[in-house]
Design a protein around this ligand. Structure first.
Ligand code: TRP
Length: 455
């Protein structure tokens, strides 16, 4: 650590900047595109309860561990384990994180590109007068088109790279500070519209009323995977961001606020979507197409729908962008520090190689549609490997590292800012980190091997 000069390192300049960037990372397609349909397919309110349980029991402790590891090491995900556990195999966890960044961003940028296409369609009033069948045909024609989705994916990756090249303070922090408050306002606007539609209560009941008979072991695994994915934990994204957090920041309250904001926004996404879906007599469990077929159909029938469609696809694009920058930053920070290259060079190499993998994810909806591995398309496989396998094992290893390798004294020192602030819940948190969370994650991970309908 001695050879490293922390004053040279880029970092967040304010407390609000940390929150904006971390909430920006957490709130993304996972909240607005994935959470509603996964909850819809897995018991609605019952899923929500299990999900919130995982956020509290596993999400916050892992998030806090990631911030603590990053801030203590003052390094990227890969380097952090080398600094804190020299000459050990722990840096493989960092390597796993870099691989997860590639797999996540590859499939994520496919959907992020779609949201931009739909924003453009909304502006051009393209949904007007179409039936659900026609909108379904439109969606499959677009997603399987030879180059349109690729162009949007490329545009999205270029935007992401442009912000990352500008740096942590002048890029990531600067943009998330503007975009996140805007996002919250827009979500609230759409929520108000949705809950004031006729028969909106049916959607709210669906979201909040627990149907325990719909819960299977698979839903429990999905809830854990979704919680990790949504909080951006389990692959070192928050180790990287943690390394940019100033020494006087309270990591517990930051983690608590970020996790709460993320969960509230996931629930609000459900409030945006389900009341509208029920109000217009649709089925909620529509899978990933919920956002791209059912919603456009609803927008074109509802009063003010033209404007709300634009707002919705704009907000989902923004949410995706503040998340993709955080994933790209994991790889960029590692390249800068491990290969000693400039930020610009690191970003260009990382973004272009991820885009190459992403092209296969996008093409798996079209030209490569018949190409399957383990019964899944390239997109499906990347999503499954990252969200369910890499993040689950990553979260397990990270929390084991924080609880057992970093050492209680070091961890205490980091979360109390060298003993200068009180951390009244420390004992409880550390007990969860040492025992409860690893056992819970381990149990779900092992159980997942026995579910045969997964692979
Ligand atoms: N959390 C983001 C979402 O909900 C996606 C994301 C960003 C992510 N960074 C991550 C997921 C790191 C896992 C790990 O859309």
């Amino acid at each position: 650590m001695a050879s490293f000069d922390p004053s040279q390192r880029d970092g967040f300049s304010s407390r609000f900047g940390v929150i904006a960037a971390a909430v920006g990372s957490a709130v993304g397609l996972g909240n607005i595109w994935r959470f509603p349909y996964v909850a819809g397919e897995n018991g609605g309110g019952a899923f929500l309860i299990i999900y919130i349980g995982f956020i509290l029991l596993i999400g916050i402790p892992v998030m806090m561990s990631e911030f603590a590891i990053g801030r203590r090491a003052q390094r990227n995900t890969f380097g952090a384990f080398k600094v804190l556990a020299p000459r050990s195999r722990w840096s493989l966890v960092g390597l796993m994180g870099i691989i997860a960044a590639f797999t996540i961003l590859a499939f994520y940028s496919t959907v992020a590109g779609w949201t931009v296409e739909y924003l453009v369609n909304a502006v051009g009033d393209q949904f007007a007068g179409k039936t659900k069948e026609e909108l379904g045909v439109d969606f499959s024609a677009f997603s399987s088109h030879a180059y349109r989705p690729l162009i949007w994916q490329l545009v999205f990756m270029v935007l992401t790279a442009a912000i990352v090249i500008a740096g942590v303070k002048n890029g990531i922090e600067k943009y998330t500070k503007i975009l996140m408050p805007l996002l919250v306002v827009l979500i609230l606007v759409v929520c108000v519209r949705s809950v004031t539609l006729p028969n909106a209560s049916a959607g709210l009941e669906y979201l909040f009323n627990p149907v325990w008979s719909d819960i299977t072991l698979n839903s429990v695994l999905m809830a854990l995977g979704q919680a990790a994915f949504s909080l951006s934990i389990g692959m070192g994204c928050l180790i990287t961001y943690g390394s940019y957090i100033r020494k006087n920041n309270n990591l517990f309250s930051t983690s608590f606020m970020v996790a709460s904001a993320d969960t509230i926004i996931a629930v609000l996404a459900g409030v945006m979507i389900f009341p509208a879906v029920f109000s217009f007599g649709f089925e909620p469990d529509k899978g990933p197409e919920l956002v791209f077929i059912v919603l456009p159909n609803i927008f074109q029938t509802m009063p003010g729908g033209y404007i709300f469609a634009i707002i919705f696809f704009f907000l989902i694009s923004v949410a995706a962008l503040t998340s993709t920058i955080s994933v790209l930053e994991v790889v960029v920070a590692a390249f800068i520090e491990e290969f000693k290259i400039s930020r610009t060079k690191a970003t260009l190499i990382a973004a272009s190689s991820i885009t190459v993998l992403g092209v296969f994810a996008t093409l798996s909806f079209g030209q490569m549609g018949d190409f399957e591995i383990l019964g899944k398309s390239v997109f499906g496989l990347l999503e499954f490997i990252s969200a369910n396998i890499l993040l689950t094992f990553g979260a397990l290893l990270i929390i084991l590292f924080a609880g057992w390798r970093l050492g209680k004294a070091n961890f205490f020192d980091e979360v109390t800012n060298g003993g200068t602030i009180k951390q009244p819940l420390f004992k409880v948190i550390f007990f969860i980190i040492r025992y409860v969370a690893p056992i819970a994650i381990g149990f779900v991970a092992v159980a997942s091997f026995f579910i045969d309908d997964l692979l």
